[in-house]
Design a protein. Structure first.
Length: 176
């Protein structure tokens, strides 16, 4: 029996968040494994931007909390790179100063390691994401693209957000 991605995604076209099927987490995982990567990235990005889901920083913190150490490090590297020096400098003078100082101790080319990422809490990620989004709204696109590679972490967003992602994936594939 072959998997029919089109039929699966068709269920989510025009689906309102309130009408979310309970199977959205499983459907998302199956669709993410079979859909073109750019469609998955578009779907995740739109879920992160939707006014029917929690704010981007909160959802990013949820995914961070559901990520493995390598994913956490990769996400932090993307987030810090997108935040820019002004945001990082401002955060270093605040409550995150010690954490960011340790993470960035190697200078401009420093990379967060999985071990360092394990020292960062989801709440701290939320704070970094708030500042990064203010400075560079395209961070939402970068995080959607990053997490398109990690559908298991995206499942932490819940059925409503996943239904939105699936709906946007369906629209993207339908336009092809």
């Amino acid at each position: 029996m072959s998997f029919d991605l089109g039929n699966l995604l068709q269920q989510y076209l025009g689906n309102a968040a309130g009408a979310t099927p309970a199977q959205a987490p499983d459907d998302f995982e199956r669709a993410a494994q079979n859909a073109p990567r750019e469609s998955v990235a578009q779907g995740v990005t739109q879920a992160l931007r939707s006014d029917q889901t929690p704010p981007f920083p909160q959802m990013l913190a949820q995914m961070f909390g559901n990520s493995n150490p390598d994913q956490r490090a990769g996400m932090l590297n993307q987030l810090i790179a997108s935040a820019g020096p002004a945001v990082i400098s401002a955060l270093q003078s605040g409550a995150l100063g010690g954490v960011l100082g340790n993470l960035l101790g190697g200078g401009a080319n420093a990379r967060v390691t999985p071990e360092q990422a394990s020292q960062v809490s989801p709440e701290q990620v939320k704070e970094i994401a708030e500042k990064a989004e203010q400075q560079n709204p395209s961070i939402v696109d970068r995080m959607g693209d990053f997490y398109a590679e990690h559908p298991t972490a995206v499942k932490a967003l819940g059925a409503a957000a996943l239904a939105i992602a699936l709906g946007h994936m369906a629209q993207g594939i339908q336009r092809r």
